[in-house]
Design a protein around this ligand. Structure first.
Ligand code: T1G
Length: 681
């Protein structure tokens, strides 16, 4: 019995690799040993190579050597899988001669999520076991495969009948002594139509835009079908090392760890006593309110939807019912699950009906006076100890909390549209918000399957505040002569999910316009968001009105360039005395992305976000920032803050200090070879 015990997830660190190799060799030499079982202690089988070791000088023994040694063992080796056997962990299992798993277990090769590919024979062994197409699907999706399905595919040999996995693994090992080792390397990949590789390339093109490892995964599997095992292994190794050295993998690995760091909030003790979290009331039955309510219902919570407008409430209730039916149609939820969910749902126009809930989430129109009015009522009606949250996307939590006698219970829970899909939840901590309320909100985020990022209170918090820096430069370049479709295409080619002008039309130009009208701290610059204001003032709100920055044909969301808008912008530029010119692609990218970075640096300087990684997580999960670039702050680190600082100083010279005065962190780190990743306020 060889047992791996390397909490928390039995990653294949150097010591684990060394131990595996040593004990396999010992067992192989041991005359009395007739078979071997490899299993893991703790909550899971090996969850992969130790990602923390990547980017550092590799240490012996290398995983491929350990894997080859396991497979060459003269005695049968059985892998006993519980939890998840992922990446290098599944490759260890594939090197074993037989695999048995608990029915709750799963196996997978998620390396693509880290910008990598299975680099320890997974691309050569899995196709031999389950066929090229199935193997490619598992490696390109990166999704785990549950034990029952893995058995159907032939990726594992048995699903344990009982919870006593080790006992069943031992009897499986004893049974396999007669048959001896079955080495996957000796199997042929089942015959396959060579067309499937190009077909797969087409199938994944949109989803893997900008990524390098998916193509290499397909090439590895293709080679597995027409080359000797060792040739394929050599190709896989080179392709793996190429991915490992790529900025993409660096960005995706940063994203992996940053998303696990955000849950560790400075000043919030691990053992803080949280508040109860069983029932939620959502105030406001509009698009956001209904989406938030559905997200809570889907997470198993009881939900009451409240709106003082009966028609609005009826629309909200219908939206939620439609979301459930759509979920059933798409197989996301079962009929009985939907029925059960709707049982936990109710609606009302009466605040008394929500007096006893655990959490209230206010999602009414983005106006300070309306929100203050609602919180005034909540303060009088809702039971003591309940959490009073607001879904405001820009307004001050402290100002809203000040309308209550319990500011310690008030917090910002900023959902992103569509609220039941977007993974990000910006958790905005007010000056008086209780630590238990912050901790409970983080638990709510996990319960909803979202990534909760705790940020401080300022206009627009982290996401929308930075969006102003990014959007501002877009708006200025429109006046300077760059067409909206040009700016959008440059940023989409660079990796953004959507260009800023298409996003503006999707969100509605009237929404941004109204938020700007409520602001009292706008810069003294007549050019500031002048194009968006002009369009909104002329009734061009975007998709919802059929025209905004772009034109939209009836029933279509496809943005079409509009010569009228180009003419309006030229005229406005002339009126404002803005000279128009050709703007190079690199300048478009740098002004928009460095506009983000500079605002991000100010946010770090003010302590609105504790780590640059938190800023990155907000932008990767809420604003379509390319994950493989690791977020704006990580991206700046990869460029080199000395270069970013230099360029920002150039922009200050050209465009003035109002927008481009480098904040202290950028100045200090940019002149000392530092990184945002290492920044401590
Ligand atoms: N290496 C190092 N640390 C890891 C790790 C790993 N592979 N996986 C998890 N951790 C840490 C994580 O940072 C966190 O630390 C703690 O474990 C708990 O994780 C050659 C090249 C297994 C499904 O991609 O998907 O093998 O924050 O909070 O939600 O082909 O972790 O507590 O300090 O995520 O229960 C391939 C990555 C690697 C799987 C558990 N493997 N891990 O989820 O816990 S590449 C993966 C996960 C590879 C080979 C290639 C999940 C999980 P801390 P957690 P969880």
């Amino acid at each position: 019995m060889i047992t791996v015990n390397n909490p928390p997830v039995n990653a294949l660190s150097q010591s684990v690799r060394e131990g595996l190799k040593k004990f396999i060799e010992k067992a192989d030499r041991d005359r009395d040993c007739r078979a071997i079982v490899i299993s893991c202690a703790g909550r899971t089988f090996i969850a992969g190579a130790d990602i923390k070791e990547f980017g550092k000088p590799p240490l012996q023994p290398y995983l491929p050597d350990v894997i080859a040694r396991i497979e060459s063992c003269e005695k049968p080796v059985v892998a006993a899988i519980h939890g998840t056997a992922l990446g290098g962990g599944f490759e260890v299992a594939l090197a074993c001669h037989y695999r048995i798993a608990l029915n709750t277990a799963a196996v997978g090769l998620p390396e693509v999520h880290l910008g990598l590919l299975p680099g320890a024979s997974g691309t050569q062994r899995l196709p031999r076991l389950i066929g090229a197409r199935q193997a490619m699907e598992i490696m390109l999706s990166g999704n785990p495969v549950r034990a029952k399905r893995a058995l159907e595919l032939g990726a594992i040999d048995r699903v344990a009948d009982s919870e006593d996995l080790l006992a069943e693994a031992i009897s499986f090992a004893e049974e396999s002594v007669a048959a001896g080792p079955r080495r996957i390397r000796e199997l042929e990949v089942p015959a396959v139509d060579p067309q499937i590789f190009d077909a797969m390339r087409k199938e994944i093109a949109a989803k893997t835009r900008g990524l390098m490892s998916p193509e290499l995964i397909i090439q590895c599997v293709e080679i597995a079908t027409n080359s000797a095992f060792d040739e394929g292994i050599e190709f896989e190794r080179e392709a793996f090392l190429e991915c490992l050295a790529s900025p993409q993998s660096d960005g995706l690995r940063h994203a992996f760890f940053a998303e696990r760091q955000v849950g560790k909030v400075p000043g919030i003790a691990k053992n803080v006593v949280e508040r109860s979290l069983d029932s939620v009331a959502v105030i406001g039955a509009g698009t956001m309110g209904a989406g938030i309510a559905y997200a809570c219902l889907s997470a198993g919570l009881g939900v009451r939807l409240l709106d003082n407008d009966s028609e609005g409430l009826a629309r909200g209730v219908k939206t939620i019912q439609d979301l459930f039916s759509a979920g059933v149609q798409r197989g996301k939820i079962s009929e009985s699950g939907a029925r059960e969910g709707l049982k936990r749902f109710s609606s009302s126009q009466n605040y008394e009906d929500i007096a006893d809930v655990d959490v209230v989430i206010e999602a009414v129109f983005e106006s300070m006076s309306i929100k203050k009015e609602v919180f005034g009522v909540l303060d009088n009606v809702i039971r003591p100890g309940a959490i009073l949250a607001t879904n405001t996307s820009t307004l001050s939590i402290d100002d809203i909390a000040a309308t209550t006698r319990r500011p310690e219970d008030v917090i910002g829970l900023h959902f992103f549209s569509p609220a039941h899909i977007m993974r990000l939840l910006e958790i905005v901590r007010g000056a008086n918000t209780g630590n238990d309320v912050v901790a409970t909100s983080l638990s709510l985020a996990r319960k909803l399957g979202k990534i909760g990022v705790v940020v401080g209170n300022c206009f627009g918090f982290v996401g929308n505040r930075m969006l102003y820096g990014y959007g501002r430069e877009n708006q200025l370049m429109l006046l300077e002569g760059a067409a909206p479709e040009y700016i959008d295409q440059v940023l989409v080619d660079w990796g953004m999910a959507m260009g800023p002008n298409a996003v503006g039309d999707l969100a509605g130009l009237d929404v941004g316009y109204k938020v700007r009208r409520e602001r009292t701290d706008l810069p003294d610059d007549p050019r500031f968001y002048r194009v968006a204001d002009m369009l909104a003032e002329s009734g061009r709100y975007g998709q919802k009105s059929g025209k905004g920055m772009y034109l939209y044909e009836k029933g279509s969301r496809k943005p079409l360039p509009d010569p009228d808008v180009a003419a309006m912008i030229r005229q406005e530029a002339k009126r404002l005395g803005v000279e128009q010119r050709e703007i190079p692609e690199q300048e478009v990218i740098e002004r928009c992305i460095y506009g983000l970075v500079v605002e991000g640096a100010r946010i770090l300087e003010e302590g609105i976000a504790p780590r640059s990684g938190d800023v990155d997580v907000v932008w990767m999960n809420g604003y379509g920032f390319p994950r493989y670039r690791g977020g704006p702050m990580h991206y700046a680190d990869t460029i080199g803050l000395d270069k970013v600082f230099e360029r920002v100083c150039e922009f200050r010279e050209r465009f003035g200090p109002m927008y481009w005065e480098p904040p202290e962190p950028l100045q200090t780190l940019g002149t000392s070879g530092g990184t945002f990743d290492g920044y401590v306020r």
